[in-house]
Design a protein around this ligand. Structure first.
Ligand code: GDP
Length: 385
């Protein structure tokens, strides 16, 4: 599936960068166009892979290139005001080479949180291709405002896209890691998952899969909207090093091949989701198993697909393989689309609600508190003029 990726805000831009990096390292080709949108000039300058002419600074007249802070209502406003500049950057995308748009943003901040849903809505109006979102949830240690921002943005973003893929930073931050180092690892993880998903069906010169997962399979899985979580796991293969005589590798044992696929798919589904969710609440699912062709068996993929049907309780489970001859891994990617039972979202909404109530109460008390401070209460002092 070929995508046009639009990274909004700092996190959005960095994820777009990481996806381009993955594409280049894995010698795949699924990004037709990459654009970064931000109101902070320094963040745009810090990107490495998004082409310079596709880094678009918005909101200059209001924030002078300094960003929106954590004010996502400001993010909405500047995106609405500068929509023309955003659409002009996407305008030259070769549409015959794009199967979908992907708008990426961290939902806890200001620019991405506010602007991403506005941009997604406009792309949906202009193009017939599906517009997907990728929303990054803030860590629970980031505080109430970030959580409230994310809860508000999440609600709006889901409404404006054809499906929202969600990645929970909270579930992925390893203890002891620096925030920056942690984000770099998280962004690589996101890029790998998107990369496997999008490049699986785009094999022009490699071995042909037994069962291809093309763009229409992915689009059908994501149809129906809502929220999607993506699982991934891999198993390292002990492949013999190729000797100087180019000795051929012995064919692996079929039972082992099938079992390896089965355990990898289970690990991907049950312990490694981008957004932990109750698997039973899935509406549609998609499974991709990748690895060297001799380690991919039709029976293995078919058994795993049936297991996923049982586990999710949905009959709509698509599956296929993605042969990568030189790989040292068998990997499984599992897309669970339309999940509805997600504890982290409930928690986000509760904390968001509490923060909103707290802010409103403080705002209501403020005028009187300020009056008391300045006028010194009853029988106060006369002002100068
Ligand atoms: P914006 O520039 O105003 O949109 O805000 P940021 O993108 O800087 O931050 C928004 C949220 O995104 C933060 O609260 C973090 O949770 C998250 N975030 C920031 N940088 C990264 C990153 O590089 N990767 C990931 N996964 N999340 C990030």
């Amino acid at each position: 599936m070929n995508i046009a990726i639009i990274g909004v805000g700092q996190a959005g831009g960095k994820v777009a960068d990481a996806v381009l990096e993955y594409e280049s390292n894995s010698r795949t080709d699924f990004v037709t166009q990459a654009v970064a949108i931000n109101s902070a000039k320094a963040d745009l300058l810090g990107l490495r892979r998004v082409p310079v002419e596709k880094r678009i600074l918005i909101g200059q007249s209001r924030v002078k290139g300094h960003g929106c802070g954590a004010d996502n209502e400001l993010g909405v406003r500047i995106a609405e005001e500068d929509l023309d500049e955003v659409t002009a950057a996407v305008d030259d995308v070769p549409l015959h080479e794009v199967d979908a748009f992907l708008v990426v943003a961290g939902l806890g901040g200001g620019t991405g949180s506010g602007a991403a849903p506005v941009i997604a809505r406009e792309l949906g109006r202009l193009y017939t291709e599906p517009v997907y979102g990728l929303g990054l949830l803030p860590g629970s240690d980031e505080g109430g405002i970030y959580t409230l921002n994310a809860a508000r943005s999440f609600q709006t973003f889901v409404r404006e896209v054809d499906n929202l893929l969600v990645f929970d930073n909270d579930a992925w931050r390893k203890t002891g890691e620096s925030v920056q180092g942690g984000y770099a690892a998280i962004n690589e993880e996101i890029a790998r998952r998107l990369g496997v998903l999008c490049s699986a069906g785009e094999v022009d010169d490699g071995p042909v899969p037994e069962s291809v997962v093309d763009a229409s399979e992915i689009i059908n899985t994501l149809a129906g909207g809502g929220v999607t979580t993506v699982g991934y796991a891999n198993a390292h293969l002990d492949r013999p090093a190729r000797g100087i005589f180019g000795r051929r590798e012995a064919a692996p044992d079929e039972t082992e091949v099938v079992n390896r696929i089965s355990t990898t798919v289970r690990r991907a589904t049950l312990g490694n989701l981008t957004l932990p969710a109750n698997v039973k609440s899935t509406e549609r699912a998609l499974l991709i198993v990748s690895g060297p062709p001799q380690y991919l068996s039709r029976k293995g993929v078919e058994d795993a697909r049936r297991w996923l049907e049982d586990e999710t309780g949905t009959m709509e489970v698509r599956g296929g393989d993605y042969p990568i001859p030189d790989s040292e891994y068998v990997a499984a990617l599992v897309v669970l689309s339309g999940v509805t039972d997600v504890p982290r979202i409930k928690e986000l909404q509760e904390v968001g609600r509490e923060t909103q109530r707290n802010l409103e109460e403080r705002a209501a008390e403020r005028p009187e508190a300020l009056r008391n401070l300045v006028w010194g209460g009853e029988g106060g002092i006369d002002p100068l003029f």
